[in-house]
Design a binder for this molecule. Structure first.
Ligand code: NAD
Ligand code: TYD
Length: 344
């Protein structure tokens, strides 16, 4: 059956990769992209599908019931909800918009999707809701939620709202919690694109703290395949972790990047740590493998190589990203962090 899918936040990193995946994999599907176009939303991410007659962009805010209703009008079968404020450092600087978009926006969307008879709602969440894990711990879906940053707390609140819609109204919500994604089109404020763009420009690489924090990395196309499986075969009311199961330290990851970049003379600079910095994320993604037959296909080495190549060959995209509001943010917070380090 050909579906009409509403994707929220489709102009961002994962959402744009997912829309491309959907249109390529299911030529009969119709995709509506509802996106507010914040600093992280970039329509250039979707330039290659813009003229596809099965794709429509609608500028709008998920917090605004009028915008959400307009996007849901005319019969949407499924919602895949990516729209969010997604950067931990920004949430530490000011969490207000995280509460608005991630919590109130998710509520607005859930409420209207339920009232308009949407038959499947995939809520895209994160492993950060489990908080920081000890070296011998791995979180499965039953792991207690212990979010530490305002970003993670806002995502956990949204997860609980989504869960309540299943339990209270039998509204068919499915939650995915993926680990750190990386790949083409990621805004260069997140670790991997930030390190690549700094290295390509010959700038120092700012490592928070001692660089031994661990993250589980997943190539964005692997997550898109997992979301596809969940959208089509996931069980309503269930939660699925999506990750590689192989956490690596930030320093080890940066060293791999530098090897792939082949650059010499690029320097790592240890800067002041992020407040409340989670030490380790580690996911058990066994459930999605067993229930839906999903496994990551792209190794870290291959994924990083493809990502470096993409950033190397898209200097205009990078320049555009760097010249927007990002520049202000960069000046305000990164320079501030360096200044505070100098005082230590
Ligand atoms: P992103 O920041 O690149 O993109 C977010 C998109 O949402 C942007 O296009 C932005 O314009 C849009 N948006 C923000 N506020 C909006 C609003 N009020 N109304 C409509 N649109 C709005 O984010 P991403 O990295 O692509 O992440 C997508 C989702 O996946 C988020 O929910 C995030 O929490 C989750 N997630 C991300 C990662 C990761 O590593 N990037 C990992 C796990 C989960
Ligand atoms: P990030 O990409 O912000 O993702 P998250 O905090 O959501 O996991 O950061 C990944 C890791 O990299 C995290 O441990 C913080 C660290 N980091 C740095 O060391 N330097 C940086 O400039 C950034 C952006 C992150």
């Amino acid at each position: 059956m050909a579906l009409k899918v509403l994707v929220t936040g489709g102009a961002g990193f994962i959402g744009s990769n997912f829309i491309r995946h959907l249109l390529r994999t299911y030529p009969g599907y119709t995709v509506v992209n509802l996106d507010k176009l914040t600093y992280a939303g970039n329509l250039a991410n979707l330039a290659d599908v813009d003229s596809n007659p099965n794709y429509r962009f609608q500028k709008g805010d998920i917090c605004d019931p009028g915008h959400a209703e307009a996007a849901l009008r005319d019969g949407v079968d499924a919602v895949v909800h990516f729209a969010a404020e997604s950067h931990v450092d920004r949430s530490i600087a000011d969490a207000r918009v995280f509460v608005e978009t991630n919590i109130q926006g998710t509520y607005t969307l859930l409420d209207l999707a339920r009232r308009t008879g949407v038959s499947r709602f995939v809520h895209v969440s994160t492993d950060e809701v489990y908080g920081s894990l000890a070296p011998d711990q791995v979180a499965d879906e039953a792991w207690p939620l212990a979010p530490n940053s305002p970003y993670a707390a806002s995502k956990a609140a949204a997860d609980l709202l989504a869960r309540s819609f299943w339990h209270t109204y039998s509204f068919p919500v499915i939650i995915t919690r993926s680990s750190n994604n990386y790949g083409p089109h990621q805004f260069p404020e997140k670790l991997i694109p930030l390190m690549i763009t700094h290295a390509l420009e010959g700038n120092k690489l700012p490592v928070y703290g001692d660089g031994m924090n661990e993250r589980d990395w997943i190539f964005v196309e692997d997550n898109c395949r997992a979301l596809d499986r969940v959208l089509h075969a996931g069980r309503p009311g269930e939660t699925y972790n999506v990750g590689s199961g192989e956490p690596v330290s930030n320093l080890a990851l940066i060293r791999s990047l530098l090897r792939i970049l082949g650059g010499s003379g690029v320097q790592i600079e240890f800067v002041a740590d992020r407040p409340g910095h989670d030490r380790r994320y580690a996911l058990d993604a066994g459930k999605v493998a067993r229930a839906l037959g999903w496994k990551p296909e792209v190794s870290l080495e291959k994924g990083l190589t493809r990502t470096v190549e993409w950033y190397r060959t898209h200097p205009e995209w990078v320049q555009n990203a760097l010249s927007g509001e990002y520049r202000d943010y960069y000046e305000k917070f990164y320079v501030h962090r360096r200044a505070s380090l100098a005082r230590i």
